[in-house]
Design a protein around this ligand. Sequence first.
Ligand code: IPM
Ligand code: MG
Length: 356
Amino acid sequence: MTKICVLAGDGIGPEIVAQALRVLAKVGERFGRSFEIENALIGGCAIDATGGPLPQETVDKCRASDAVLLGAVGGPKWDDLDPAIRPEKGLLGIRKELVLFANLRPAKLFSELRDACYLRPDITAKGLDVMVVRELTGGIYFGEPRGEELREGKRVGWNTMIYHEDEVRRIGVVAFEAARKRGKKVCSVDKANVLDVSRVWRAVMREVAAQYPDVEFSEMYVDNAAMQLVRDPSQFDVMVTGNLFGDILSDEAAAITGSIGMLPSASLGSGGPGLYEPIHGSAPDIAGQNKANPLATILSISMMLRHSLGMAEEADAVDAAVEKTLAQDYRTGDIMQPGAIPVGCKEMADAVLANI
Ligand code: IPM
Ligand code: MG
């Protein structure tokens, strides 16, 4: 029996998660697997119910599971709260609690959605299949000292971007291992022309690279990397970078595919349960209207099967079902194309189910 802890969260979170779980149940049926689902609160709904975005009970339930599936957190209702208890703190908190230091964010262009891509056809003709490996529990997101205060009557705020060599090494290893299973190229992204923290990052990354002579290694400053991603994304296979740069570059990589509603992610630690979630947010404007695209969450189930549960065949079946559904021209609003069949969140999942 495989235990999955489900954190549906806010906005469209509950509806996309509900549809993805139907797909998981179908996978169970088809492959003779049983999944036990445990629900827990995170984000705004947790604030409403308990006063905080990450109740201890949620952390305990996650720890007791084999993997965690998350929908999305946040929404305008909680935007004006004290920053210490905002919904986003729940997400940062669970990453830290489960030591999910490696965030894998694949951004690829589905051939059926080629027309949705924001880049010129001559650029996408060369392919777009990038895996951003983002360090997730360190860097400026968590560095101390941090704070805000009044200095001589003027407001100042500060954060600290800090990396310990062990943190760099472990994310480096994840990136190179991932590259070995893909295009065998790693590009490490930093700002070593300006930042001391990046010079340590770079030195350690070179040591890791030396252990992987079969993987082609390159380095790039983050400003150039942002530009190269739109100019010629085909040059990249795996990009490995720190928490803040990874936050930005993964949105950029996802957005240029034109289908942020399609992209899953995995957050992995060492040993404990991994956490899987769509890259997109809680989309409060369309919540509860059966309009959301469930495919990113369904593909997150596939990543969960593959990376945490050792069920590669099951994962392949989900991926193939999604591709087939797209080939059958089913489209939610975010990926709508002329002549395609418009469907809602549930109907999209129905189509995937039928293809499993
Ligand atoms: C992401 C999000 C989060 C982050 C926010 C919601 C805290 O942007 O997962 O990329 O910055 O990590
Ligand atoms: Mg982000």
